[in-house]
Ligand binder design. Structure first.
Ligand SMILES: Cc1cc2nc3c(=O)[nH]c(=O)nc-3n(C[C@H](O)[C@H](O)[C@H](O)COP(=O)(O)OP(=O)(O)OC[C@H]3O[C@@H](n4cnc5c(N)ncnc54)[C@H](O)[C@@H]3O)c2cc1C
Length: 438
C-alpha cells in the first residue's frame, strides 16, 4: 500500500512512523524545509494528558469578557474579517455547557492517555531522546478561589482515573523547590505526576530521521495545491509546481492549513488558527529553574524545563493567520518568568516565537476517515497536539489499514460534526459534492 501524508509537523511525522512500521510505503510532503518548523516548533513542551480538556468550558464566555479588558490576559480576539471566525467562536461558546464539556473531555482524555503510553513505548523501542523528563505538571494557584477550583478538577480527574494530587504550600515546594522564594504568593497546587515534558521540535526531528532509516520518503519544500477527487476517492495530490502524485491513501495532517485543503472537496473541517507565543530562555542558574512544567493558572502560562533552557509558553489570540510577534505578549511571558523564577535564566538572550494552534471548537482533534474512501484526517489538535500526536497517529494508521484502533475512536472523526452520517451525493465526480446527511 502507498500512502501520502500531507504535513511534517509532529502529527504528520508520527503518522508516517506508524504507517511505515505497519509496512506501508509512505511519502511525507511539507511546504517547509524541515520537520516541525511550524506549530510543532516552539510549543510549551508538555505531554499532558492530565490537562486534556477543551478550552470551551463552563464559565469561559464570562471569563473571556473580563480577560478582554486586562493587560496580561491569556485571551485576545481580533476580527479577521471572515464569517468562519464568527461561526467558529459561536460553536465554541455552544460547547461551554457542562454537558458538552464533559462529553468533549471524555473524548480527549482517553486519547491523550493512550498517546502518552504510545510515546513511552516509542522512547523505549527507538531509544529516542528529546530532553525529555517524566516529572509531571504542577499547576500553581495564586488564590483560594483557584485552589478550590483545583480541588474540583481533582475530583473530575479521579473519576477519569487520572493520577493527581492537591498540594498545600509545603507540598508544592517539595515538588518544585525553586519556587521557595515566591511561596508567599501561592496558595497551593495540583500535581499531575504522570505528565511528561520535552522539546517537541527535537522529538519530531529525531523521529523523522528514524522514519528515513525505515524507508519513509520526505519531500520538503513542496506545497500541496489541491486534492483531486473522482467520485468517492482522491485520485491525485496536486503540487503547486504542477506535479501530481498518486497513492492508495492520503492522510491530511497539515495543521491549520488542513481546512483550506479540505474545503474544495466539500469537507468543512472547523479548524481555526489560535495564536500562541513562547520564549526560550537559556539557563544561567539551573537551581533556580523548575524541574518540570509549572503551569501558572492566573496567566495560563506554562514554564517547562529542558536540559539547559526554560520554555515559557501560552496565550490565545483569535485573530486569523497573523504570525506577527506582539512585544506586549512577550512582556507578559517575561513578567511571569521573572515573577516565579527570577534568577533562572537570561531573559535578554531569550528567543521569541509564535505559532498557530489548529483548533476545533470542541477541543477534540479530527482523527479518522472522511466521506472519501481513501482520505483520512489527522488534524485539529489545538492546544495539545504533541500530547495527542502518537495516539492519534496510531489510530489513523490502524484506520488506514482497516484495523480496529486500540481505543474507541468512533467519536474522533469528522462525522461527529454531522447530525447524521456523511455521504457523497450520488454521481459526484469531482470536488464540492460532499453533503452531510440529516
Ligand atoms: C504557544 C503554544 C504552546 C503549545 N504548547 C503545547 C504543549 O505544551 N503540549 C502540546 O501537546 N501541544 C502544545 N501546543 C499545540 C501543538 O504545538 C500543536 O497542536 C501541534 O504542534 C500541531 O501539530 P501539527 O503537526 O498538526 O501541525 P504543524 O506542526 O503546524 O504541522 C503542519 C505541517 O503541515 C505543513 N503544511 C501545511 N499546508 C501544507 C501544504 N499545502 N503543503 C505542504 N505542507 C503543508 C506545514 O508546513 C507544517 O509543517 C502548543 C501550541 C502553541 C502555539
Amino acid at each position: 500500500m502507498k500512502a501520502i501524508v500531507i504535513g511534517a509537523g509532529v502529527v504528520g511525522v508520527t503518522t508516517a512512523y506508524y504507517l511505515r512500521a505497519a509496512g506501508v510505503d509512505v511519502t511525507v510532503l511539507d511546504r517547509l524545509e524541515a520537520p516541525a518548523d511550524e506549530t510543532s516548533f516552539g510549543n510549551a513542551g508538555q505531554v499532558s494528558p492530565g490537562y486534556a480538556a477543551p478550552w470551551a468550558a463552563p464559565g469561559i464566555p464570562w471569563k473571556a469578557m473580563k480577560w478582554l479588558l486586562s493587560e496580561h490576559a491569556p485571551l485576545r480576539i481580533r476580527p479577521d474579517g471572515t464569517f468562519f471566525q464568527l461561526a467558529w467562536m459561536a460553536r465554541m461558546v455552544a460547547n461551554c455547557t457542562e454537558a458538552a464539556y464533559a462529553r468533549n473531555k471524555s473524548r480527549m482524555v482517553p486519547l491523550a492517555e493512550y498517546s502518552r503510553d504510545c510515546l513511552r513505548d516509542l522512547r523505549k523501542d527507538l531509544n529516542l531522546h528529546y530532553e525529555e523528563r517524566s516529572l509531571g505538571t504542577l499547576q500553581i494557584f495564586r488564590n483560594d478561589k483557584q485552589l478550590a477550583a483545583g480541588r474540583r478538577d481533582s475530583g473530575l480527574l479521579d473519576q477519569m482515573n487520572v493520577a493527581n494530587q492537591v498540594l498545600d504550600q509545603d507540598g508544592l515546594l517539595q515538588a518544585e523547590p525553586a519556587l521557595k522564594a515566591v511561596a508567599h504568593k501561592l496558595t497551593g497546587a495540583l500535581l499531575l505526576p504522570n505528565d511528561e515534558t520535552g522539546d517537541c521540535k527535537l522529538f519530531t526531528e529525531r523521529l523523522a530521521a528514524i522514519c528515513v532509516e525505515m524507508g519513509v520518503h520526505f519531500r520538503f519544500g513542496v506545497t500541496v495545491q489541491s486534492l483531486v477527487a473522482e467520485g468517492k476517492r482522491i485520485s491525485a495530490v496536486e503540487l503547486d509546481s504542477g506535479e501530481t502524485l498518486n497513492a492508495d491513501s492520503v492522510v491530511l495532517a497539515a495543521g491549520c492549513a488542513s481546512r483550506a485543503l479540505a474545503l474544495p472537496l466539500g469537507l468543512d473541517l472547523p479548524v481555526y488558527p489560535v495564536k500562541g507565543y513562547s520564549i526560550t530562555v537559556p539557563l544561567t542558574n539551573p537551581e533556580g529553574a523548575p524541574r518540570s512544567t509549572v503551569l501558572d493558572e492566573t496567566y495560563k502560562i506554562a514554564l517547562t524545563r529542558f536540559d539547559n533552557r526554560l520554555r515559557v509558553g501560552g496565550m490565545a489570540e483569535v485573530a486569523g493567520f497573523d504570525k506577527r510577534i506582539d512585544p506586549v505578549r512577550i512582556d507578559t511571558l517575561n513578567m511571569v518568568t521573572n515573577d516565579l523564577f527570577p534568577h533562572a535564566g537570561d531573559l535578554s538572550k531569550a528567543s521569541k516565537w509564535t505559532g498557530l494552534r489548529p483548533m476545533t471548537p470542541d477541543g477534540t482533534p479530527i482523527v479518522g476517515s472522511t466521506p472519501y474512501d481513501n482520505l483520512f484526517t489527522n488534524t485539529g489538535h489545538g492546544t495539545l497536539g504533541w500530547t495527542m500526536s502518537c495516539g492519534s497517529a496510531r489510530v489513523i494508521a490502524d484506520t488506514v489499514l482497516g484495523r480496529r484502533p486500540e481505543i474507541d475512536a468512533r467519536e474522533l472523526s469528522m462525522a461527529r460534526y454531522a447530525k447524521g452520517n456523511a455521504r457523497i451525493h450520488e454521481g459526484s465526480k469531482t470536488s464540492g459534492q460532499i453533503k452531510w446527511a440529516d
